[in-house]
Design a protein around this ligand. Structure first.
Ligand code: FAQ
Length: 310
């Protein structure tokens, strides 16, 4: 066996993290660029549905919290683009691919935020789902990705708590507010379950990613963990899970849940979700509109580098 491959396999087996300068199989590098790139795009596209409510937040406190949260998501995008760059990915190329529809981002951000309760639902359910996935990624085999996840998870837990608190306030408010909260849960529950990806028997990348310890748990395992964590929270604030099949199984200690609408999931992935076009258009405008800033920053960096040499 090739000595480099043998060393890589041994590191994976022994849980020694793979670092940017280490030799790694091309397919491992490619998978990581795909996953980290998609993850970075999700963080940045994910700013759009909530950003939509910054000017309409119901109080100064909610506005300040939302502003901080949306800024955090931009920061997460930056760590993740940097992590992808350590693998040789080029940021301009990743952006071009996102805008051309050649790179994915999380399906969840193709749904609109129709009311303030939807913003609470994103914090609570979407960040809640993201944390379940990302806590597992803190032990992913590629060092820079794992380290980025540690910091991101700390911030995501604040996001989840603020979303839960905002939703709890609505659920305990007037009958109209409670209904608004329930409607938001109805809209976001199933798309949040879809965030974990296709079921294990339809997930083409899982087996190899698990073998490389990029993924530590399967899509279905993480989805189940999210359901088990979240159903009691829904019930605690007096709302209902919009799934007639939800039921606690005393024997397994897990909640059983109904069938996900996979046709909807794949349609969203193909660009047919309610906001796919709008999201990509917003990113295209921001990318093109920000060109002069990137150009100016590049010239400044060159000048600074020349000064150092001189
Ligand atoms: N949406 O074989 P698998 C956040 C794709 S962060 C779109 O199972 P894999 C923070 C998948 O890429 C949310 N595409 O793939 C926040 C693959 O595409 P391919 C993002 C999806 O990679 C909160 C194909 O389907 N988090 O929310 C989705 O082994 C609030 C086949 O799937 C991450 O990205 C989907 N839901 O497992 C921000 C976490 N699911 O091969 C703002 C890191 C699957 O055609 C506000 N990523 N696909 O290129 C992962 O853990 C994995 O990539 C999975 C998918 C689990 C998402």
């Amino acid at each position: 066996m090739d000595i480099q491959l043998e060393h890589f396999d041994k590191s994976i087996q022994q849980d020694i993290s793979i670092e940017p300068k280490d030799w790694m199989p091309d397919a491992y590098r490619k998978t990581l660029i795909r996953q980290i790139g998609q993850h970075a795009h999700s963080e940045v596209v994910g700013m759009l549905p909530e950003g939509n409510w910054i000017t309409r937040a119901p109080s100064l406190k909610r506005k300040a919290v939302l502003l901080a949260k949306v800024q955090d998501e931009a920061g997460h995008g930056l760590y993740l683009y940097s992590a992808a760059e350590t693998l040789g990915a080029d940021r301009d190329d990743m952006m071009d691919k996102l805008i051309a529809g050649k790179m994915k981002y999380s399906s969840i951000f193709n749904y609109p935020t129709l009311t303030w309760a939807d913003v609470a639902a994103i914090g609570w359910l979407v960040d809640g789902a993201a944390i379940v996935n990302q806590v597992a990624l803190c032990r992913t085999s590629y060092g820079p990705y794992a380290r980025a996840m540690v910091r991101i998870c700390k911030e995501e837990s604040f996001h989840q708590r603020q979303g839960f608190e905002a939703m709890m306030m609505l659920a305990n408010g007037t009958p109209e507010q409670k209904q608004m909260a329930q409607d938001a849960v109805n809209r976001f529950w199933w798309p949040a379950l879809m965030m974990f990806g296709p079921s294990d028997d339809h997930s083409p990348n899982s087996a190899q990613s698990m073998a490389w310890k990029i993924k530590r748990f399967s899509n279905d395992e993480l989805r189940q963990k999210f359901v088990d964590n979240t159903v009691p929270q829904v019930l605690q604030i007096g709302l209902q899970v919009p799934d007639p099949d939800i039921r606690f199984n005393e024997e397994t200690g897990h909640y059983e849940f109904g069938e996900i609408n996979w046709d909807e999931f794949y349609a969203v992935l193909k660009g047919q979700g309610p906001c796919n076009h709008e999201r990509i258009e917003a990113r295209r405008k921001a990318w093109e509109g920000g060109k002069w800033v990137r150009d100016a920053a590049a010239v400044f960096a060159q000048k600074q580098a020349r000064k150092k040499v001189a």
